[in-house]
Design a protein around this ligand. Structure first.
Ligand code: SAM
Length: 200
């Protein structure tokens, strides 16, 4: 959080280490190492305007930056809502303050809750799993029954943390639960879709 406050909204070169799929991370930009890469934020907004989701669920709001970018997409669409959660009460208070001060606040329902306990009603059109690295698999398993089979599941940090996030995504794929591709950004973004009897 300190790094984000020090950067004060200024973009820095991405400093995550090079990976085989993304050998030049410094060609990307970031606000801080917790918030998704700037280009991924742009991509999230574009996904929202492209897919027109009615319900987005995000796990791990941190300071609400990715939440606000997706909400911007909803505002352009003129419909939908984003339900996000932040587990840490201090971080949640900061994010809530920022969201409350934003014109995008009416599109966002931010909760001080764990992704593994938060109750979500209805069909999820877009799931962005970006909380604790070790629980991304549990999150996807938890929300999978509610996923729109034509919707998208995003799991961030699959390149920066191959042993946790990428392996989790591959396990879900090996079980036939999702089909996936890996976007080669500095931290890596899995884009997945629920597999149904029809798609199998
Ligand atoms: C990588 S940051 C999220 C960054 C944010 N999505 C963005 O791009 O702007 C992860 C956040 O998830 C939170 N977190 C960790 N475990 C969580 C859980 N079980 N439920 C909700 N939030 C959690 C952490 O406190 C942290 O603020």
């Amino acid at each position: 959080m300190l790094q984000a406050e020090r950067a004060a909204g200024e973009l820095l070169p991405e400093y995550h280490r090079a990976t085989p799929e993304c050998p030049e991370p410094r060609r990307w930009r970031m606000y801080d190492s917790m918030t998704a890469e700037f280009e991924v934020l742009e991509f999230l907004r574009t996904l929202v305007t492209t897919l027109k989701p009615r319900l987005i669920v995000e796990t791990g709001a941190f300071l609400g930056v990715s939440t606000l970018w997706m909400a911007e997409g909803l505002r352009r669409n003129g419909e939908g809502r984003i339900l996000s959660c932040e587990f840490d009460p201090v971080v949640y208070a900061k994010a809530q303050e920022k969201i409350s001060a934003s014109e995008l606040r009416d599109w966002i329902d931010l909760r001080n809750a764990s992704s593994l306990a938060m109750q979500v009603e209805g069909t999820i059109d877009l799931l962005f799993s970006d909380s604790d690295l070790d629980i991304r698999e549990q999150e996807v398993r938890r929300f999978l029954p509610q996923m729109n089979p034509h919707g998208l599941i995003l799991m961030h940090d699959a390149s920066s943390h191959p042993g946790t996030v990428r392996d989790a995504a591959k396990r879900l794929e090996a079980e036939g639960l999702i089909s996936l591709v890996l976007l080669p950004t500095p931290r890596g973004l899995v884009i997945a879709q629920k597999r149904t009897a029809k798609s199998a």
